[in-house]
Ligand binder design. Structure first.
Ligand code: 13P
Ligand code: ZN
Length: 277
């Protein structure tokens, strides 16, 4: 089968375009990666070429040795993915040491995978282990409301999780484990990848201060939906804070506990602290 006819590729392209339409991908902002299933690799094998040069990932991901990924290219615009996927994205293979990759398809006009490849792959490695291989998608975007909050809220997991849970009743059900926060760091390297993947051991969402957000999930729908839910919640908080300095009322810790019981989710007590008035 041709790569472009594969269902996972169609899903990848649609997700890029959905993110563009949300306004989360100015210029080349954001990147997406998908860990392919063995049967998806077999499906498109005849359309791949295996003579590409092995290149350094910039970190090591031994638990991803021999895995195949679809990834957006560095400097590529999400708005163009739907028009020319073979120019904007690639399929790559991780070598047996987990330190190198080679391109098997795509980036036909040159270029390299996203500069955030170390973060994507280190997050995939953590999630593959933590979910018994279920999680396959890592998504990075620049949604404006979430970024705005990193100038206003304390840069702690507790503050972001609690404030965003309070903004919509569905939030604690959609991201019950909470949200991790990385203080400002230089993007594109191993250090920020290590910090982010450390948070991904606990959370499915990591916010990069003054930069953007990473989400992890099982499939395109769940991962896009997670980003969408967090960003919508951030938008509500921005609106509330624009209207009044203090909320007139909000969801209380015991109400979250009641929600957790009925919706069968575990909400860590560290996020249900009493607030000072
Ligand atoms: P890339 O174009 O290299 O994917 O970088 C975009 C980005 O958002 C960096 O954080
Ligand atoms: Zn970014």
């Amino acid at each position: 089968m041709k790569v472009l006819d594969a269902k996972f590729v169609q899903g990848f392209i649609r997700m890029c375009n959905d993110g563009w339409e949300q306004g989360w991908h100015e210029r080349n902002g954001g990147n997406l990666s998908y860990r392919m299933k063995p049967e998806e690799f077999e499906e498109v094998r005849d359309d791949l070429s295996f003579d590409g040069e092995w290149k350094e990932i910039g970190t090591t991901v031994p638990d991803l040795a021999g895995e195949y990924f679809m990834v957006t290219g560095s400097g590529k615009y999400f708005r163009n993915v739907i028009l020319d996927p073979a120019d904007s994205a690639c399929i790559l293979e991780v070598d047996e040491t987990g330190s190198k990759y080679r391109i098997l398809w795509g980036l036909v006009n040159g270029g390299r995978p996203t500069s955030e490849l170390p973060s994507h792959l280190m997050n995939h490695e953590v999630k593959k282990k933590a979910t018994d291989g279920k999680y396959r998608v890592i998504y990075h975007a620049h949604p404006a409301n979430t970024i705005a909050l990193t100038f206003v809220l304390p840069l702690t997991d507790e503050a972001f999780t609690r404030e965003l849970w309070e903004m919509a009743t569905e939030c604690p059900v959609v991201f019950p484990s909470g949200i991790g926060v990385v203080g400002w760091m230089v993007p594109g390297g191993r250090d920020i990848a290590v910090a982010t993947s450390e948070l991904m051991k606990q959370y499915d969402v990591a916010i990069w201060a003054h930069h953007g957000m990473f989400c992890a999930g099982e499939d395109f729908d769940l991962t896009f939906g997670l980003m969408h839910t967090v960003e919508k919640s951030a938008e509500i908080l921005v609106k509330v804070r624009s209207m009044v300095p203090e909320k007139a009322q909000t969801i209380q810790p015991d109400e979250f506990r009641a929600l957790a019981k009925d919706f069968h989710v575990d909400l860590p007590e560290k996020f249900l602290y009493e607030k000072e008035r």
